[in-house]
Design a protein around this ligand. Structure first.
Ligand code: F6R
Length: 616
């Protein structure tokens, strides 16, 4: 969703704000703006379009201001215009706010403010914050005015506010949308530190690794020298400092044309990092440090429910299959956005596992709160350390794959699948998974990084195939059993970055309807490794070929027979049936990438989407 940043300290604020916005561009990119306090006056510059448009608008302006706010927007209320871009101001033009989140009682608040004579100029919900703060502001009580304004608002916010009447402070508040305070090193002894407050660690990383995560209902008062965090009640609430363990290079493209390609190419390392220190091969066991405290509850678990959205939901589908097929443990997966309203009945012994790369997805967060209310043990598989989902779950496993910047999730998905296999072994060894079987899976897991490298070496072949099919209008993906969710994920990846119409189907379902679509214009991507449903897949491919469908097969190395059916074949190294999804998704990610590239799409920032969906 939107990215927000604020800086206060001794340095010129503008370069810091712009650097931070650049690093958060993946969160939203339909408009951007900054506000600084220059010689006691609030100066705001905002532009629709990508960050470059703001950069161009700022080209002829110079600011010496040492305090400011920045925002990069993903529109919820109001079209992406200059006017609707943040920061927003009050009637006096002295207050500026940047907001990430959503105001639910907007109509009521707008009517109230208008009746009181406030002039609201934009179509956004966020502007309401500026006027509410104005209402309670007397020129020297900014933090109190913000606190009072917040009592009126229903919804979610990560909010930062400045006022030219108090040019020495930023007030920030959080409820439901992330906010992180970065503590900058002192330039010289006895000088103030300087602080960056942002919705995303990526924006803070260039300046410091020392951070404090704000909690829901926190309000931070940040001056150039110090900061204070208070709760709604006024009680001081300074949380422990934490150290970001990400490397700045993770936020750079390092020579790749897009973050998406860089992140796919990192996958051999991602798989190794997800397993690092967690395998005990000689005993056929895994150790997941984050779950140690809940091992007894896991042992008596009678049902697992995965909750997640989008790509993470498809990982959950594979989790469901693993739990049931390998352990006989009843499992299911729910869209987090549905689970929160489903009025599900959870029997004792239910464990709910949220899967989320960002750890901030609003629907997933709401689902885990609902699951907690219903009495379930709630765990997380999360990439972003210290994120809301990581903090609100009782226990969990981190992916440890570093920043994922491209909006289309790739390396995090691969890691989620690896963690799900580790979880299967952990729960399995508490149940009936034999030591020998576990050892076999672990040994093959250890081979995966090399096998992934072999797939990545076929990058040029995949690009050639992509070029051939890039101008088609529709593509169908099919798979069976554990690879059916990979068909869904392949279709999602393709549609979100190339805007091609793509659908994923269980291969056996084609003949129940979609086969009617197939003719020589339709490519069909078939995930058909040599597993227990290989022959069934071949029969389905015969049906497609008989209708002139153009088959692109993802097959096991050495499979010559499939060449009879398929126009194109991308080979996967042989592996265990339950590990094929980890390999099979990689050519599909590359196929989507190269098709989008061929179609000239903005790959890392697809239209209408944003990384980390922090609104409902
Ligand atoms: C697709 C994609 C999204 C996310 C979904 C959940 O490529 O990235 O579908 O998977 O929005 O996000 P997280 O995992 O951050 O909860």
């Amino acid at each position: 969703m939107c990215g927000i940043i604020g800086y206060i300290g001794l340095k010129p604020s503008l370069p810091i704000l712009m650097d931070g916005l650049k690093r958060m561009e993946y969160r939203g990119y339909d408009s951007a703006g900054i506000a600084v306090i220059e010689n006691g006056q609030l100066k705001t510059v905002k532009k629709s379009g990508k960050l470059d448009a703001l950069q161009a608008a700022l080209a002829n302006q110079s600011f010496s201001s040492v305090i400011g706010l920045g925002h990069i927007r993903w529109a919820t209320h109001g079209a992406p215009t200059d006017l609707n871009a943040h920061p927003h101001s009050d009637c006096t033009g002295k207050i500026a706010i940047v907001h990430n989140g959503i105001i639910e009682n907007l109509a009521e608040l707008k009517a109230e403010l208008k009746a009181e004579g406030h002039e609201l100029k934009t179509a956004t919900d966020s502007e309401v914050f500026a006027h509410l703060i104005e209402k309670y502001y007397n020129g020297h009580n900014l933090s109190e005015a913000v606190l009072q304004a917040l009592t009126k608002v229903k919804g979610a916010y990560g909010l930062a506010v400045i006022s030219s009447s108090e040019p020495d402070k930023i007030v920030a508040a959080r409820l439901g949308s992330p906010l992180i305070l970065g503590i900058l090193p002192q330039d010289q002894p006895n000088q103030g530190n300087g602080y960056v407050i942002a919705s995303d660690a990526a924006a803070i990383l260039p300046f410091t690794k020392e951070v404090v995560y704000l909690e829901d209902n926190d309000l931070a008062i940040i001056t150039g020298e110090n900061y204070e965090i208070i709760e709604k009640s006024g009680k001081c609430n300074n949380h422990q400092k934490q150290h970001l363990d990400w490397d700045l290079t993770e936020a750079e493209k390092e020579g790749y044309p897009h973050f998406m390609l860089k992140e796919i190419m990192e996958e051999p390392k991602v798989v190794a990092d997800s397993m690092r220190g967690r395998l005990i091969p000689e005993q056929g066991k895994v150790k997941l440090g984050g779950l140690i405290d809940v091992l007894p509850q896991l042992k008596s678990a009678r049902r697992i429910i995965f909750v997640a959205c989008g790509t993470a939901h498809y990982a959950g589908r594979i989790g469901e299959y693993l739990m049931e097929s390998q352990l006989g443990l009843p499992a299911e997966v729910e869209y987090a956005s549905e689970f929160r309203y489903n009025e599900s009945v959870l029997e004792p012994g239910t464990v709910v596992i949220a899967i989320s790369q960002s750890g901030e997805t609003a629907d997933t967060l709401a689902a885990i709160r609902q699951a907690k209310k219903l009495g379930a043990l709630v765990l997380g598989i999360v990439n972003v350390v210290g994120s809301s989902i990581a903090r609100e779950t009782t226990a969990g496993v981190y992916n440890h794959v570093g920043l994922e910047i491209s909006v289309a999730s790739t390396k995090a998905f691969v890691s989620q699948l690896v963690i799900l296999v580790l979880l299967t072994i952990l729960l399995g060894r508490q149940r009936n998974l034999s030591e020998d079987k576990a050892k076999e899976i672990i040994s093959e897991l250890e081979n995966l990084p090399d096998k992934i490298k072999q797939i990545l070496e076929q990058r040029d072949i995949i690009e050639t195939i992509a070029k051939k099919y890039a101008q088609r209008n529709n593509i169908i993906f099919i798979g069976r059993k554990i690879n059916y969710p990979i068909a869904l994920e392949g279709a999602l990846k393709l549609k979100e970055i190339s805007y091609l119409h793509a659908e994923g189907y269980p291969a056996g379902e084609l003949k129940h309807g979609p086969l009617a679509l197939i003719d020589a214009t339709w490519p069909v991507v078939a995930i058909a490794p040599q597993d227990s449903v290989y022959q069934k897949n071949l029969s389905n491919l015969q049906e497609v070929k008989a209708r002139d469908g153009q088959i692109i097969a993802i097959a096991t190395a050495g499979d010559e027979a499939i060449k009879e059916l398929a126009k194109e074949v991308i080979y996967l190294p042989k592996t265990l049936e339950i590990l094929y999804p980890i390999l099979a998704v990689i050519p599909l990610q590359l196929l989507a990438y190269f098709i989008a590239k061929e179609r000239g799409c903005p790959i890392d920032q697809p239209r209408n989407l944003a990384k980390s969906v922090t609104v409902e």
